[in-house]
Design a protein around this ligand. Structure first.
Ligand code: FES
Length: 147
């Protein structure tokens, strides 16, 4: 069996929504301390809806495919729905990732959260702090690696 699904290969070789939004309403940047990969997500938000999203990922094939798929999954969706997106859902939408590559999809989930938090913070919008465990601690990054 091939290591990567066709969908992973498709999103890696032809990633959707790559780039930067200059007047983004929220920007989230996260990294994985262990592999050094970095993901940055830009959101354009109108009336609580993600009207546009772009990403820049300096990382492995799984991280790029995960960012591409995650941006497709949240585009046009309300923030509440984007906040519920899990790395597992991203991996499932890609028809799976090898187990030892699951941590790469965690970056996508975290970058989206970080961008939404940035939007809330910039606009003084109240939010449930428990939804944002905050910048992944060293411990958390480690935990994801075991995923
Ligand atoms: Fe670093 Fe995939 S190996 S995100």
């Amino acid at each position: 069996m091939a290591l990567y699904s066709e969908k992973v290969m498709d999103h890696f070789t032809n990633p959707r929504n790559v780039g930067k939004i200059d007047d983004a309403d929220g920007v989230g940047e996260v990294g994985n301390a262990k592999c050094g990969d970095i993901m940055k997500i830009y959101l354009k938000i109108e009336n609580d809806i993600i009207v546009d999203v772009k990403f820049n990922t300096f990382g492995c094939a799984s991280a790029i495919a995960s960012s591409s798929m995650a941006t497709e999954l949240i585009k046009g969706k309300p923030l509440s729905q984007a906040l519920e997106l899990t790395n597992k859902a991203v991996a499932e939408a890609l028809d799976g990732l090898p187990a030892y590559k699951m941590h790469c999809s965690v970056l996508a989930e975290e970058a989206i959260r970080a961008a939404i938090k940035d939007y809330y913070d910039k606009n003084g919008i109240e939010y449930d702090k428990s939804q944002f465990p905050d910048e992944a601690s060293e411990e958390e990054l480690h935990a994801h690696e075991e995923d």
